[in-house]
Ligand binder design. Structure first.
Ligand code: NAP
Length: 540
């Protein structure tokens, strides 16, 4: 890859190796399904598994790439692993007794998802190369009309699980097109390009960069790390899971459940520091500073690497080999952003210039402006991107007024800074399963979130967000949108989110009847007679 564009997903060439059998799928598209799921990562596969477990089989999983796995398929850079412990980074209904380490590696997670697809008979529902180009709600038929790269279909309900870390982000760097060497993003690793002996620039110091830098450092002749903001880095307490432990987990699954619960509780114990008492994070800051001091003897380099914001404001990073890699001969930390490129020379914001053969962008993802929002059109022909206008919001992280029968997985304010996203995904799946049950039970054609319910929900989130470290910690992070608001993270315990997503409150929805309606705007809707009105608490 060169220039400033990033391919939408990693091709087999960009991945180290395609998973053995993930490229086959069950054939053409049906004309109509009850549920269309977009994306075959943790969210989409989890939705499929939950549908099958509830006895529903009338669904399809549309995946734009040629394999399942989502972000764990696309991020194949050297050293890619998860910083959430293995036992917790899996579905509660699909434990994996075979994890090799306490922190799972990328290929292992990818294999795990392949296994989930097999165990829950999802292969027959999967369609690869089926990128959704447009999804349009048709009020007359109460159906979603989907146009995909493999043809068209309709669906009663759409579950969009296209992921928050799906579309790589490149900074707009003047002159990048003039660079004669190799350029790629960490999430589109070029495995055909040999870095041995090359002068390589890495742009960024987030979770991806700190994992890949130690892996490439021994091979390259020069490593230039462009660091705009130093990160807080804690030691990673990783170890091999012994065969005896694996045997125990396989033989007595309850023991793995207990281990999972232990990890969950220890992670959950930290939430108060993030959301209410950021001052407590100074204890962890001390451990991180000790980590830095012991690994980096040079005071000048140490000063460059010392963060100046409260720990937790950006994602806390875990590594034992990041700092040592930066002390190697040939490694240089440029404490400034990349400002412009002039041929093979990279100019930093501090005025320094660096000639390199290859540039690796570890610059993150489009998290607050997801691509899918530009492709989904709700009632009145308004796209989700237009409805959000740069400020994404959803009721209980899942549904949006004007987008009937449309559910997001990993929607606004469902992200975490302290625990496993899989737990949050499962909470959302509980909600979506109850949403489908509510449709079955009350038999409207569609449920449409009420604007007032979404407003109440978001206002409560806003109140909880104010004292969090993400708002007060003195940093700019990818959690924030252009307006400085945090539409990505959940500002409370995961248990609170679990409780808030246990059931769909029908009082938070308009129940739309089937059949043609003369106008599609909200005022023109016929409504079902209600039972007793339940006031929406909007309380997260
Ligand atoms: P990221 O956290 O968004 O980091 C992007 C980096 O690029 C930041 O350091 C940013 O600097 C830097 N940057 C952007 N433009 C730049 C420029 N012009 N010059 C220099 N630096 C520039 O991206 P990421 O590392 O890919 O991680 C994204 C998320 O993926 C993580 O937060 C995490 O949720 C997930 N992830 C998880 C794991 C895991 O172990 N679970 C591993 C990898 C990724 P600033 O800090 O100054 O903005």
């Amino acid at each position: 890859m060169s220039g400033t564009s990033v391919p939408p997903f990693a091709t087999a060439r960009q991945r180290e190796r395609p998973a053995a059998d993930s490229r086959s799928d069950a054939g053409g598209l049906p004309a109509h399904v009850r549920v269309a799921i977009i994306g075959a990562g943790f969210g989409g596969l989890g939705a499929g598994a939950r549908l099958r477990r509830s006895g529903r089989t009338d669904f399809i999983i549309l995946e734009r790439a040629d394999a399942l796995g989502g972000t764990w398929r696309d991020n194949s850079y050297p050293g890619c692993a998860c910083d959430v412990p293995s036992h917790l980074y899996s579905f509660s209904f699909a434990p994996n007794p075979g994890w090799s380490h306490s922190f799972p590696r990328q290929r292992e997670i990818w294999r795990y998802l392949e296994d989930v697809a097999d165990r829950h008979r999802l292969r027959e529902h999967l369609r690869f190369g089926a990128e959704v180009r447009r999804a349009r709600w048709d009020a007359a038929s109460s159906r979603w009309h989907l146009e995909t790269a493999r043809g068209a279909l309709t669906a009663e309900v759409v579950i969009a699980a296209s992921g928050a870390l799906a579309d790589p982000k490149l900074p707009d760097v003047p002159g990048l097109d003039s660079f004669p060497g190799e350029v790629f993003h960490s999430a589109r690793w070029n495995h055909d390009y040999d870095l041995t002996g090359k002068r390589v620039a890495v742009i960024g110091t987030g979770a991806s960069a700190i994992q890949l830098v130690p892996e490439i450092a021994p091979a390259v002749s020069a490593l230039v790390l462009f660091q705009r903001t130093p990160a807080w880095v804690l030691p990673r307490r990783d170890r091999r899971v012994t065969p005896a432990e694996q045997w125990l987990y396989r033989t007595l699954p309850l023991t793995q459940r207990a281990a999972r619960l232990g990890v969950y509780l220890s992670r959950e114990a930290a939430v108060g520091a993030f959301v209410a008492h950021p001052g407590l994070l100074r204890y962890a800051q001390r451990a991180a500073l000790r980590n830095l001091t012991s690994a980096v003897p040079d005071p000048a380099l140490r000063a460059k690497l010392t963060p100046r914001y409260v720990m937790g404001c950006k994602r806390i990073l875990l590594s034992n080999d990041y700092y040592p890699a930066l002390t190697r001969p040939g490694a240089e930390v440029v404490a400034a952003g990349l400002a412009r490129v002039d041929g093979a020379v990279l100019h930093a914001e501090d005025g320094s210039a660096h000639e390199v053969d290859c540039v690796i962008f570890a610059t993150g993802f489009h998290t607050t402006d997801p691509l899918i929002a530009q492709r989904v059109y709700g009632a009145g022909g308004v796209s989700l991107a237009q409805a959000w206008a740069g400020d994404m919001r959803a009721l209980r992280g899942t549904t949006i007024p004007g987008f009937p029968n449309f559910c997001l997985v990993v929607g606004p304010n469902t992200g975490l800074g302290h625990s496993s996203m899989i737990y949050m995904i499962e909470s959302q799946l509980n909600y979506i399963m109850d949403y489908l049950a509510a449709l079955d039970r009350t038999r409207p054609a569609a449920l449409d979130a009420r604007p007032a319910a979404q407003r109440d929900w978001c206002a409560a989130i806003e109140r909880r967000m104010a004292p969090t470290v993400w708002s007060t910690g003195g940093c700019v992070s990818w959690y924030l949108n252009a307006a400085g608001r945090n539409p990505t993270l959940w500002p409370a315990s995961t248990l609170r989110f679990r409780r808030a997503t246990r059931r769909v409150k029908l009082a938070e929805y308009d129940l739309l009847p089937a059949g043609p309606r003369p106008l599609q705007h909200r005022g023109a809707r016929r409504r079902f007679p209600r039972g007793p009105r339940v006031r929406s608490t909007g309380r997260p």
